[in-house]
Design a protein around this ligand. Structure first.
Ligand code: HC1
Ligand code: SF4
Length: 579
């Protein structure tokens, strides 16, 4: 080990450890901006983490960046000396020089790492701001899902790193020099022509308001406040376990009841559950899978994750025929909301507007896919990310903590099984499907329905599951995160991998930490485990744990869809992809 002092406190460090890392282990704070430990990102570009060091044999102290300067034996580090503090403040002021000063209109207001820094270093003036130069930088509104606002970028390059090294999509590059340096789309002028798949991981790591979703809270209010419209809200499996944090509740708290109550309070007419549609998807996809197995078509990939669909279409069009044709739960719910629900409510379908609340940026993209818009009418009218939904409630003066939990009030499209609930975490779709397929094949339920061998956090997990009957053993795999997805797809294409069914979720961890979830400062996916535990609890406590045993699903087939994969189910609930 190496011995040194930081602000006079004796510290021990590992050889080659950086000053910043050593300080953190000893609970000594150094302000930082570009660095993000969770993704191993220390570009040293923002220079906010400067400290003063005095090294053995040197007479005068030096100023260095602590994120990339290794410790030395006998080093004396000052993070709080006048000179260090002045330098830190100057660096933040320089960062502010070409950062739009309009904090009050920024989506990150109150939750911005740059604002935090300004407070920490005691910034009281902003001498170098160059409005003309800042405003000349691009604001890219070409995507239905994302906004890339370079007037708020601080060039930390976290987005480039996560996209290149973790998701391995490599859609972003740094372009230009000096003050004109910006994050650009690689080989493209706009999102539609780029290789970006809208997974939103870059948004999760952006410290400011430079990257975000396209805000649709106003349009949501337009619908809700229009007396001629019947507004329907659906919310995703993961939202209920990932939403309370924004209102100061413990990570992973299940706030399903509070979400229902809040929706009602703001004037939503009907609250439905995407979990219900997840059960319907299992009926359709399970039946489809059995048919494909009989025909010897393997593997089949799940198709509920829209960033994965984008990835397949843009990066691996040759595998599109292997994707399940079943629409995602979001689109299934919306479709039924405009066909089956109007009959139930006795209203004209043209008056219905479906707003879906998703932990996902790519769901916005999915909602406007041409396959899901008929005669100009979309199935899903509007998608709000979990972040926008929090913003919407705040705009209505609602603190979720104060809401008395409520329950769904319509006896259709809202009940769900434990299988539908676990869709929200990686491996869940597969586990849900196996429960139902086993019952279809064998005419009885699985003895042990928790398939623990399918759970876990490894990027790629595989298992062999005995479905019994004529189907026998099938080989399944689960992958989450697009880096591992790329590896798995490559091995399928090269013939190395031999699977029957593959679940893909583009976001690491699945939807519980999706790219549309609430952002954590200075951390990447810190809450996934807690959220996931709650999802498994929901399943354990559910009265019905298999999709086919959900009475409301049974009623839907009895009253409307006839049978899984029937002609009408095919027409309404299945789709195709584009290469
Ligand atoms: Fe997901 Fe899905 S699980 S994609 O991860 O299949 O977003 O939560 O809503 O549609 O059900 C997201 C979550 C979500 C769909 C479902
Ligand atoms: Fe890359 Fe995903 Fe961000 Fe697109 S949304 S730039 S693919 S990280």
């Amino acid at each position: 080990t190496v011995s040194l002092t930081i602000n006079g406190t004796a510290c021990t460090a590992f050889p080659n450890e950086t000053i910043l890392s050593c300080a953190r282990r000893h609970d000594l704070y150094i302000p930082t901006l570009c660095e993000l430990d969770d993704i191993d990102h220390t570009p040293g570009t923002c220079r906010v983490c400067v400290v003063e060091i005095l090294q053995a044999g040197k007479e005068a102290p030096q100023i260095v960046t602590s994120c990339n300067t290794p410790v030395r034996e006998g080093m004396e580090v000052q993070t709080r000396s006048k000179r260090a503090r002045d330098m830190q403040r100057l660096q933040v002021e320089l960062l502010m020089a070409d950062h739009l000063q309009d904090c009050a209109t920024c989506i990150r207001h109150g939750n911005c790492e740059l604002q935090d820094l300004a407070q920490f270093v005691g910034l009281t003036e902003n001498r170098f701001f160059d409005r003309a130069r800042t405003e000349a930088r691009p604001i890219d509104l070409s995507s239905p899902a994302m906004v890339r606002d370079m007037t708020r970028c601080v060039r930390c390059q976290r987005c480039v790193a996560i996209c290149r090294h973790h998701q391995q999509v490599d859609a972003l590059v740094m372009e230009g020099t000096g003050l004109d340096r910006v994050v650009a789309l690689r080989d493209a002028d706009d999102y539609p022509n780029s290789v970006c798949v809208s997974c939103g991981q870059c948004v999760l790591v952006c410290p400011t308001g430079a990257l975000g979703e396209r805000d649709e809270t106003d349009r949501a209010l337009d619908y809700i406040c229009d007396p001629d419209l019947v507004t329907v809200v659906q919310f995703a499996p993961a939202v209920r376990v990932a939403f309370g944090e924004e209102f100061g509740m413990p990570p992973g708290t299940n706030v399903e009841g509070q979400i229902i109550a809040a929706c009602r309070k703001i004037g939503v007419d009907v609250v439905l559950d995407t979990n219900f549609a997840a059960d319907v998807v299992i009926m359709e996809e399970g039946t489809e899978l059995l048919k494909r197995l009989k025909e010897g078509r393997r593997p089949t990939f799940t198709s509920c994750c829209p960033a994965w669909i984008n990835f397949a279409e843009i990066h691996y069009p040759e595998i599109l025929s292997m994707l399940s044709s079943t629409k995602s739960p979001q689109q299934v719910l919306s479709t039924i909301a405009k066909t089956y629900l109007p009959e139930k409510l006795g209203v004209d379908p043209s008056r219905i507007r479906v707003i879906s609340v998703m932990p996902c940026v790519a769901k916005k993209d999915e909602a406007v896919r041409p396959q899901f818009v008929h005669d100009g009418q979309p199935e899903t009218d509007l998608v709000l990310t979990t972040r926008e939904f929090a913003r919407l409630l705040r705009r209505e003066g609602i603190d979720l903590k104060d809401m008395e939990p409520s329950t769904f009030d319509v006896p259709y499209m809202s009940a769900y099984s434990g299988a539908g609930a676990i869709f929200g975490t990686t491996g869940g779709v597969m586990e849900a499907a196996v429960r139902t397929i086993y019952a279809v094949v064998n005419g009885r339920e699985l003895d042990r329905i928790e398939l623990t061998q399918l759970r876990g956090f490894d990027g790629i997990r595989e298992a062999s599951v005995d479905l019994g009957g004529p189907v026998g053993k099938v080989k399944v795999a689960m992958v989450h995160g697009l880096g591992d997805t790329r590896a798995l797809v490559e091995s399928v294409l090269s013939g190395q991998a031999d699977y029957d069914f593959i679940e893909v979720m583009a976001c690491p961890g699945g939807c519980v930490d999706g790219g549309g979830s609430l952002r954590s400062k200075k951390a990447y996916l810190p809450l996934a485990l807690k959220r996931r535990e709650t999802i498994y609890d929901v399943d354990r406590q559910a009265k019905v744990r298999q999709s086919h045993n959900n009475p409301q699903v049974q009623a839907l087939y009895r009253e409307f869809l006839e049978a899984p994969n029937s002609e009408i189910a095919h027409r309404l609930l299945h789709t195709h992809y584009q290469d």
